[in-house]
Design a protein around this ligand. Sequence first.
Ligand code: FES
Ligand code: MG
Length: 591
Amino acid sequence: MPDRKPARPFRSREWFAAPERSDMTALYLERFMNYGITPEELQSGRPIVGIAQTGSDLSPCNRIHLDLARRVRDGIRDAGGVPMEFPVHPIFENCRRPTAALDRNLAYLGLTEILYGYPIDAVVLTTGCDKTTPSGVMAASTVDIPAIVLSGGPMLDGWHEGELVGSGTVIWRSRRKLAAGEIDEAEFLRRATASAPSAGHCNTMGTASTMNAVAEALGLSLPGCAAIPAPYRERGQMAYETGRRIVDMAYEDLRPSKILTRAAFLNAIKVVSAAGGSSNAQPHIVAMARHAGVELSPEDWMAHGYDVPLIVNMQPAGKYLGERFHRAGGVPAVMWELLRAGQLDGGCLTVTGRTLAENLEGREASDREVITPYDQPLKERAGFLVLKGNLFDFAIMKTSVISEEFRARYLAEPGREGVFEARAVVFDGSGDYHHRINDPALDIDERTILVIRGSGPLGWPGSAEVVNMQPPDALIQRGISSLPTLGDGRQSGTSDSPSILNASPESAAGGGLSWLRTGDVIRIDLNTGRCDALVDEAEIARRKAEAPPPVPESRTPWEELYREKTGQLAEGAVLEMAVKYRGVSAKTPRH
Ligand code: FES
Ligand code: MG
């Protein structure tokens, strides 16, 4: 195997086999020996393959990777590589305060430095929980060494009293039941725990499953990788095959820059729409595209994603969970439908070394209840609707989760279909919302739109999943389970709320939400994509001259740095100075 010639000399040779600096080479080699690696292995000319380990006790969604890494190593060894596993900054969506969104750019930074500064020729990116996928892909683009994504897979399906209960979605639905007095706290906890029956990430089409589907759609995973549930035998087998394949990719010099084209990103947008994927896909896809040097405009989401129908019947937009989705054929079966309908660019190169169309041969869905034919969808036009107006330049609405009840109440007035007006009740962050939502003085009824600000990248900081605000208990008890909501934060990908979110610029950056007041009327027109507060210019100018809403202080050095360097959700909330660094592995770091 060492006689195989790489398409481009392995960068690890500069560390371990540089003839002109044998003194340095000895230094680089010696400490690896203390756990039994031989100089011969490191000097054999084989690729050193990193395993970017995102699993830990602090990252339970990805913890399966601690076990899977063994199979990845087996694959790397069998194919002639030398594996080296290393930790990535943990990311855990549910538990990280003030929000895990701070971690995406931090993990990105850390991983970039590791991949650049150590003798690594290629890398397996282990992914799972929401932001572990985009942070890994972003770093792989910045460094541009061969990289392959290995999802840890979703948890098994959750069941409670004969009913499917899915990650996150069960929380939002049970909160409404709790508010309506239909269940008590103990039952709430039983339902929540029932939704998490095994190792793995969220089993709904939340942000984790969406982002792993996106990685596969981009061509960065082996076909079928994204959806295999974590405990299934196929998951270990996929880990092994992924380990094998990355060694060949190292020899072929198959780098992210050859895979991550604009066409690949447009394919990914379509897959998100067809799957009823998370609204967090928007900032993450934009972030990955920007780090890959690909331009995606707000119009691209409408032009390429909006008209795509919903064909995946998975919570929160549909009924089922990850196991059924995997058995139905997973991401390749969804892409097979899209490709046949002329919706995908099948010519995109993938980590297999083959095109997308070649990978998809014979991948038709086996369960039409879960993945429908393209022309018999669950919903027409299921993509993100892009909105703008005097409150923001950009926001999105996830149309696949607009319920019939919501449509009938707000969007079906004869002659004014898709248009509604509502009175704003404005909250400064989620603390304010929780404190006041049940206050009768707010006079919240079905003609109210709940607005939250101070929840974007700078305001929170990090941008929080808080826009899917629940109506006051009294309204829920009257059978009104959702109100229109709007905010400069995000919402959980597992939420079934048709919120207007990711509003950019956010209030803390001087966006229109900063001058909005409780009592203002907001008009939303889904036909034209407008969302405006009906407040005249003079009044807006007067309010802008007043003190802006409060923004909490930074509590850690990273929060401060994050706020200094991070842009808005419309632009992916990336570290703006970072996107100019691309392909940095072309130059080896100095001794
Ligand atoms: Fe980690 Fe959903 S909370 S995957
Ligand atoms: Mg989330």
